[in-house]
Design a protein around this ligand. Structure first.
Ligand code: CMP
Length: 140
């Protein structure tokens, strides 16, 4: 019953897709345990994506992720990490399955609308990166 981190990225916030994305999360039966709207600083974006710092897309990714507000979410429920990843679809929207959020709304491999943690270790790091314990609802 681990929590995972979800981010609704600046492209989606700008395009007013927040409500539709949260609707998909609720329809899937996942549980919102924490949420905030924030504009990431370059320092935060660089540290959050530090695993990608040697990739060619790193600088552009940091610029994109700081280009406007994001919605940060702590998502819980049974198998939340896998289920949120399944709901998002593959990183590249063109390769994502039909009915996934990225397939429906994503416009490029960078502007792929949402982020999700990819493992229990990553989820722990990523949730803790943005949320204090007292900002997360306890499991019922
Ligand atoms: P995300 O799941 O947030 O993790 C890293 C992000 O880098 C990814 O989604 C995309 O927004 C962005 N990105 C840009 N180019 C690539 C690429 N070639 N491969 C993977 N991620 C990329």
């Amino acid at each position: 019953m681990a929590n995972t981190l979800g981010i609704i990225k600046p492209d989606a916030v700008r395009r007013r897709l927040v409500g539709r994305i949260i609707q998909r999360i609720e329809q899937e039966g996942l549980i919102l345990r924490g949420m905030k709207v924030q504009r990431l600083s370059p320092e935060q974006a660089r540290r959050f994506y530090a695993v990608h710092e040697n990739k060619p897309f790193y600088k552009s990714l940091v610029d994109f992720m700081t280009s406007g507000p994001v919605v940060l979410m702590v998502i819980g429920g049974h198998r939340s990490i896998e289920r949120w990843r399944d709901l998002m679809g593959a990183t590249d929207p063109a390769k994502a399955k039909y009915n996934t959020i990225r397939r429906e709304f994503g416009t490029s491999i960078e502007r792929n609308v949402v982020h999700g943690s990819d493992s229990p270790e990553t989820a722990r790091f990523e949730v803790g990166f943005f949320f204090r314990d007292d900002e997360i609802l306890p499991k019922e």
